[in-house]
Design a protein. Sequence first.
Lengths: 808, 81
Amino acid sequence: MEETTHIGKRNVMDFTYALFASSCLTTAIIGLEFENGGPAKYVLPFIPLIFIFTYWFSKQFSYYAIAAGAIASSYFFLGAINTIALVTLVAAYIFIITAFKKTSLRILWAIFLTAVLAVLRIGFVNLPFIPLAVPVVGSMIMFRYVLMLYEHHYEKPESTWIQKFTYLILPPALAFPLFPIVDYKSFLRNHHPQDSSVIKTGLTRIAAGLIFMMSFRILYLYFIPGYVEVHDALSVFTYTICNYLYILNVFGVMWIAVGYLGILGFDLPPVFNYVFLIDNFRDIWRRINVYWRDFMVKLVYYPLYFNLRKKTKAAILITSLTTLTISAMLHGWQWFWLQGTFVLHAPGIIFWFVIGLVISINLAMQNPIGQAPKTLSPAIRALRITGMFLFMCIMWSLWNSSSIDEWIHLLSYYTIGTPMMWIIITAILFGIFLLHFIIQRLPEKPAGHHILNKAYHPAAILTVCALMLAPLLPNISEKIPGITGEFLASVSKAQLSDADQSAATENYYNRMLASDGMGSRPWEVHTPGRDAQSGLDDACVRSENLLVRELIPSKVTVINGWTITTNSFGMRDDEYALEKPESTYRIAILGASYEMGSGVAQDSTFEALLEKMLNDSLSPKNIEVLNFAVGGYHLPQLVWVAENKLPQFQPDLVLCFVHPADAARTSDYMANMVRNGIDLHYPELYQIRKESGAEQHMEQKVLVNKFYPFTGRITEWSLGTIYATSKSMNAEFGVVYLPSLQGADDSKYYAGIATKPTLFFNLSGIYGSNPSNYELPGDPTHPNAEAHHKIAAELARQLAPIIKGQNP
Amino acid sequence: MSAEIKSEVRTFLDASLSGGASAIQDDTKLISSRLLDSILALRLVTHLEAKFNIEFAAHEVTADNLESINRISEFVSSKMK
């Protein structure tokens, strides 16, 4: 820490500023949903509270305050029983160190306890009352515990029981599964809870972390293409670069985590060292995740190298490769605790092996001891940085691929490029080179200088607070019209990009961040009732045609607290006569989970409410709304339903519901059909398959990519076929655009397809400015009962004049 | 002996760091300021072992022993006793 005195000069001004700024930054992190619905929202608000105690009370007391804060936040996050389990487990691990003097015994007992936890995690023994404490201990505490064991073997540092406990249960670590491995000795030695410089540096880091995360959000929402959108050299180049920029999100989490420790007085080194300035292979190891590097060097690299150096000349090569391989396996270890399964990810292993190999070669080629490295000219260094950036982008795309085939398929698009594309690619690379050339020309900073290793002026931090809090102002998008308002609304909450709505990005860090996020989903693995769709299989029977599954007729199925009751025709609906009664106007609804009413009571679905509302307002006309929707259906399946199920019910109006990114999701469906060898039934779909070059043996993601260019054609064909089918039944056909709770509005796309004489009902904006108010509890992807009521009311309003104008 | 060790370390740093060691004082932090990374630390250790006929253990390659020229000198001296 620069200019750090560590003299405890407490003053009210510094305290007030730090408390205010940390509270604002915490509000921004939670309000902007950077915590992703995870534990951070329970844990982070405690940190400014803990800070009050750590700042004003003695250093020894501060450990108690931190431990108490961690336990309290754990209580809110995990509940009482899990918190007791967590504290007990941590205490047990500390007991092993204090009770046994011999390291071998400590290791033996630690392995035994960990094995017990692993058995619980795998689920061999089911203890339902502590499901969450186990992955928390396994994923978050284990690495720090290994460091603790190591230090107590060699150094035997003076540390009290409460210090050990605090080190293992650090509150920010509880918030972020992806938490930097804080060095044990640094933790013990560099704790200065009254040092304003340390605290203000912490604020700097949190503010920087927020900027990183916001930058990533903007990139993610507006610039990063999906895998399915890659179809030529330029798009694969953009995809490869943008994919590497996912690391901005990792920067954000890590800096915020370390920043919070700074507020609590822990003076820690920077966690990243200018990753985008890597200029040689050895630099990768030096700059990416410094804490992890130090952990691996201390625990693996040095011990192995010292053991081998007199036995073989290849000591460096063997040590580097082994260290990187173990590094890859430890990522798998962390993933095991989060997910409960140990998955060998071949691209990940190759990624680490290649990185290990190039670092080893680089080390082997380094100058003899005592010979200084050449000073590079700014142009050469900028060229090397650009080259390494490209290398890292390519390697990162490998790591993010779910298989080698998928990666090779991705890279194969580099062969499809026009001269103009290559000119643009060259121009982008030149731009990167130019940027680094300019950076190299800037005055050189003293060695060890880091932009995030100092306390910035309060005005700078408070400006960041104001900018980050601005999008959270009530109804901001309505008060600021136009693009600015839309932009503020879009960045004010966590949402999936268009690309990710159709295919989740397979990426280790992204899985960690977006799925467990600053943490939610891995913890939710054990939490029942989260997903309204899960368990739907119990209500369905497998179908041998392209429907894949259908609801079982006359069955009552309870799924995570909600019930599906089907009629004798296999609809989630009331019983109706097959023959349309006299003076009855029949509406047939085609759709998927939204229309089926996933997660809401049967009489609260918009379909049921619509029927009631129409009958109330159009009496004495008898209106029947028949629900043919089934969760998970896609457009081609709706065609099949329209052709094979609808005619016998003689509908007067067929309503086909479409949603944002439905077209993109169709490519997922087509990929699944081909991969599972299911008959596509329709000549048009077979033709598309033929033209796409899709083969059954191909990876799912590759297939999705191949079908993606045809999604527009499939959508048009589907809607056109349903229209023709409706006409053959003398029924009107209408397309209803129902927005999802997340994702962009693409109603214009469907409005363009559903041209006259097709009816088009646009429900855009049905959820107002804050769709998250209408999310199903525990399932943000489906609308709640209130949303269903709004949808029904709006549809009834739009449908009434059409029904009035008809004589059933 | 201490002066000799310090001189040797300084010579090593001068030849190994791209900016030389002219700005480095005896108490300049080498590890926490990242002047000395894990690889360079290993090279320094190898160099000191050869020069002073001593042997480091893996767990001794730490900031405690290598943080500054002063610390290195003290540690190497203690090894030579």
